[in-house]
Design a protein around this ligand. Sequence first.
Ligand code: PLP
Length: 450
Amino acid sequence: TSATTIDNNSQKLQLPPFDYEPQPYKGPLADEIFSKRKKFLGSSLFHYYQNPLNIVEGKMQYLFDENGRRYLDAFAGIVTVSCGHCHPEVLNAIIEQSKLLQHATTIYLHHAIADFAESLASKMPGNLKVVYFVNSGSEANELAMLMARLYTGNLGMISLRNAYHGGSSSTIGLTALNTWKYPIPEGEIHHAVNPDPYHGVFGSDANSYAKDVQDHIDYGTSGKVAGFIAETIQGVGGTVELAPGYLKLVYDIVHKAGGVCIADEVQTGFGRTGSHYWGFETQGVIPDIVTMAKGIGNGLPLGAVVTTPEIASVLAQKIQFNTFGGNPVCSAGGLAVLRVIDKEKRQSHCADVGSHLLEGLRSLMQRHDIIGDVRGRGLMVGVEFVTDRKEKTPAKAETAVMFEKLRELGILIGKGGLHGNVFRIKPPMCFSKDDADFVVDALDYAISKL
Ligand code: PLP
């Protein structure tokens, strides 16, 4: 294997061993791809590293670049590769289905779509039994918002500040981070104070944050709303857990105002939090609508909305249709993902490795003042960097330097938060304790070199 070795004078940092040889790569190199990208691709400036990285192969929790160099993938293609890159069982399901039928649309019957819907519904609590398939998280949240508005007959939606719910023309209104928003009309959307225990004005006091939702309803609407949407751990916003007990209080308030409650599980689903299969379970609530994407397809373009038969019935007034949603190949892959997560006990693995990782990071925090906060659950972890612990001033420049340093050391990590000063560690769920130790050691080294 092409393990990376970095000499730290006294200590050697080395990726854990991994028995896999990547294929020799004969394709175009980074410079050529980058110049094409700049010329022809929209969003061409959104690349992560100073020298853009050309990734050509992936195997479980590792990625390989054009030179065969191995990287630990601590971000899983933005929290998407749940089982592991090219996981054999998922791959096989995709290949076998592709050989038989790639597409026919849901106007005909296909067993993979029905089996996948049944399997997904079996994972849901309460009366959440009706599944709609779409192709992305934004589409899932669009559909959820449409359902909420049709079902209640109200327009107003409440989401949280610091939320990310998508970049489509409606979901961009739910998103509440200026870095992602364009100045377009957003409809009737209210952003409530974020119940963020680290930055929030009320600390961990769920009651005060919930009161802000009530205030929005009382002073910003007719008294009735269509719905409330929240991630149970905010992802793009920098791995922010909501104050304990918050969702229970807010769901009550929103129901009383005639609204429905939507849980955005696009990042938190499928056991990643370790303690629970779904993120909303960490807050002891059952939503009326659940949206998901990313990890459900291990990288396939797949999303879903699950709701109750009663709410679903409002969509039956018209033709509700999505050409690719629930396509046979995606359904076969998604079914394999759910199977693998159970078979390989990925939820308890996330709990185990996640607490080991958090412990390592918290011990680093005791030695390095630049770490302002370490937070998260399971394999959904955030490390926030500050130049002043009391003021919580974002250490923007330092975070950018460490980010490049980790790449040099062989780790691809995520960045998040409004100021980009949070490292997001959300790897494929097969990430090991040795991988976690490597991340902690490499971060220790990167901080020591600032
Ligand atoms: N919801 C959450 C919580 C997300 O993190 C994202 C994407 O990052 C979305 C929705 C939008 O998903 P997509 O990019 O698939 O449209």
